[in-house]
Design a protein around this ligand. Structure first.
Ligand code: G
Ligand code: G
Ligand code: MN
Ligand code: NA
Length: 253
């Protein structure tokens, strides 16, 4: 496969980058977090979306190397920000289910150690598909990560089938409402009902709730009424390169 070998080259040739998108507190209006999102600057194809190459990386097993690169790069950047006296909120990285093996806590510990980054500075975003797979092993690994001080967020929530009872088994501190349900707010009755149910459930479980894909003031106001904690989306900013994110923070947005 063409894209597979190109992806190997991308890792070797420094063609990968992390962009950062702010998470904004509904209460204070301040940036209280960031999500790191992978970007591939292909010399010929231009900017290639992770939606295209992550699935290929997952199929071929390259996701392990790619995932290691992402964690390493995020920690390197966090350390650089700290050295420059930039006060950074926690940075979340996305993990594929395939990265979630017995060796993950040790790999995370090694990178945190390398850059002397506090685990509270990093968050891990996982998806529901992980919860379905061999729950006991997954819970054990999650507990190890949490014991190390790494918080876990459940991404794309609502697109899988996790129920309240099921979710309770996992040490997850944050739920992210998928943008599929945010897009129809506040006009689509079904989306409103789903968003309301997710927020109510998260509150029962004492989890933080982040809405993704927020693009309008009307969506923001609806989510505020529901009691959502944080918002992420184009209303505030697209994912941007590190220097732009730093500027946003310095401007105290
Ligand atoms: O940033 P964008 O909307 O193009 O991302 C598309 C998809 O790729 C999203 O589902 C996002 O979670 C995923 N993605 C982005 N960066 C990473 C990453 O570093 N690792 C993994 N596993 N997925 C990522
Ligand atoms: O699956 P995950 O939630 O990690 O995917 C995040 C993706 O959503 C990123 O690729 C990002 O570019 C995209 N995204 C972030 N905010 C918005 C938004 O407000 N609208 C849309 N359409 N996409 C967004
Ligand atoms: Mn995510
Ligand atoms: Na999502």
């Amino acid at each position: 496969l063409r894209i597979e070998s190109e992806l190997r080259d991308a890792l070797a040739n420094n063609e990968l980058m992390l962009y950062y998108q702010p998470k904004v507190s509904l209460r204070s209006g301040r940036i209280v977090g960031a999500e790191a999102l992978l970007r591939w600057r292909h010399p010929v194809r231009g900017l290639v979306s992770p939606g295209v190459f992550i699935p290929v990386a997952e199929e071929t097993g390259l996701i392990t190397e790619l995932g290691n690169w992402v964690v390493n790069e995020a920690c390197r950047q966090i350390r650089q920000w700290r050295d420059a006296n930039v006060i950074m909120p926690p940075v979340a990285v996305n993990l594929s289910a395939r990265q979630f093996d017995r060796g993950l806590p040790q790999r995370m510990a090694a990178v945190l150690e390398r850059y002397q980054v506090h685990p509270e500075q990093l968050m891990l975003e996982i998806t529901e598909s992980l919860l379905v797979r061999g729950a006991d092993t997954v819970i054990a690994i999650m507990n190890e990560l949490v014991a190390m001080g790494l918080a876990l967020a459940l991404d794309d929530f609502g697109t899988g089938y996790s129920s309240l009872a099921y979710l309770k088994k996992f040490p997850i501190s944050t739920l992210k409402i998928d943008r599929a349900f945010v897009v129809g707010l506040p006009h689509e009755e079904n989306d409103c009902a789903i968003a309301r149910a997710i927020v109510t459930m998260a509150q029962q479980l004492r989890q933080e709730i982040v809405a993704e894909g927020v693009e309008t003031l009307a969506q923001m106001n609806f989510l505020r009424e529901l009691g959502c904690d944080q918002l992420q989306g184009y209303l505030f900013s697209q994912p941007v390169p590190a220097p732009d994110f730093e500027r946003m923070l310095r401007e105290g947005k």
